[in-house]
Write a protein that binds this ligand. Structure first.
Ligand SMILES: Cc1cc2nc3c(=O)[nH]c(=O)nc-3n(C[C@H](O)[C@H](O)[C@H](O)COP(=O)(O)OP(=O)(O)OC[C@H]3O[C@@H](n4cnc5c(N)ncnc54)[C@H](O)[C@@H]3O)c2cc1C
Length: 315
């Protein structure tokens, strides 16, 4: 790290009244259980802390990266040369008697689902079994069974590129399959209001149980170290979106292995850290899979899992 950046922890302490943690192993914050040490690490527990820490890093041109639950991230074996900000800003409330919920971005999806059940609000049943925070889910427009989270978002508050907290409507996010504008520009999602429907608690619960059962069929065991689907489902020239697993199956992906990284035998779109895999093992295996699919079908697979190189910097 260059000399001009050495005083960042001091400046952080002066402005935030809190110490940054140093040399934090990122494998502890990723479901892949892979990753070297981050130079600095901070857990923001309020919107003020989250916003102030980001603005400070931006003002100082100090490299930073925001994470939620770390369920969709592959960290570098070399860790991260900068500051990882973990968003732990949690909170949920119902708006009056309406079928609307206001949620802070660091809230766990599991808590959001339990809150919806408790209030008899239906819509989020498809999220059952998807781990992570609301922020991470909005970032990639997380979804399953033909639904995705963006469809339910009514309005939100973000910290924009210019460092301003602004209110935006659903359209702002440009939600598409596993995409929102957050993955294209440097906005931070802070909170949102989601619009659901009144429902019956028992029915909501049984739909959730059904979804969880469906997931059990082809997902690895709950304690497997992986980040969900590795590749997005590609769109073919005729406009059809086809499961990536279809192509991966055809090229013999299941049980393929590089170092400690293995393609799950029960579903070809899951790469698992089986035996102390390195990030490099996972990346090499993914590259081999992409090449095979390209060669055989002419299809370009795009990663759904986000790889964070050690030397990268949020613009
Ligand atoms: C077992 C398993 C099953 C899964 N099943 C599914 C599934 O069915 N469908 C699906 O879509 N995904 C699935 N995933 C992937 C993952 O759960 C989702 O992508 C989830 O939304 C990630 O949330 P997170 O908080 O862990 O995000 P992280 O992994 O921490 O971060 C992901 C990205 O979001 C960004 N981000 C996080 N918070 C914010 C914020 N507040 N503002 C701006 N950017 C932010 C980060 O910078 C990063 O780029 C699965 C993962 C696992 C391990």
């Amino acid at each position: 790290m260059s000399d001009g950046k050495q005083d960042f922890p001091v400046c952080f302490l002066e402005n935030m009244g809190k110490h940054l943690k140093k040399s934090v192993p990122l494998r502890d914050y990723s479901n892949f259980k892979i990753g070297g040490k981050a130079d600095y690490f901070f857990e923001a527990v309020s919107i003020t802390e989250l916003v102030k820490s980001i603005l400070l890093a931006r003002e100082r041109s100090f490299p930073y990266f925001i994470i939620g639950g770390g369920y969709n991230i592959l960290f570098d074996d070399e860790g991260f040369r900068g500051l990882i900000i973990r968003n732990c800003v949690q909170g949920i409330k119902q708006i009056g008697e309406k079928a609307e919920i206001e949620v802070l971005a660091g809230t766990r999806l599991e808590d959001l689902i339990n809150f919806s059940i408790d209030k008899g609000l239906s819509g989020f049943e498809f999220l059952a079994g998807i781990p992570g925070t609301v922020g991470g889910a909005v970032f990639s427009n997380a979804g399953a069974f033909g639904h995705s989270i963006g469809k339910f978002l009514k309005d939100a508050e973000i910290l924009n590129r210019k460092g301003k907290r602004v209110k935006v409507k659903r359209d702002y996010f440009e939600f598409r399959y596993r995409h929102s504008i957050l993955s294209k520009q440097n906005d931070v999602f802070l909170r949102a209001v989601f619009k659901l429907q009144q429902g019956e608690k028992g029915e909501i619960k049984s739909r959730i149980e059904e979804n969880l059962e469906k997931r059990k069929i082809n997902h690895p065991p709950w304690d497997a170290a992986y980040a969900g689907s590795y590749f997005k489902n590609p769109v073919l020239p005729d406009g059809r979106r086809v499961p990536a697993a279809h192509f991966l199956d055809e090229v013999g992906a299941k049980n393929m292995k590089v170092g400690g990284a293995v393609v799950y035998g029960g579903h070809a779109n899951f790469i698992i850290n089986k035996e102390k895999a390195s990030a490099q093992d996972v990346l090499s295996l993914a590259q081999e899979l992409k090449e095979r699919v390209k060669e055989r079908f002419g299809v370009d697979l795009e990663e759904e899992v986000i790889f964070l190189p050690a030397g990268s910097s949020t613009p």
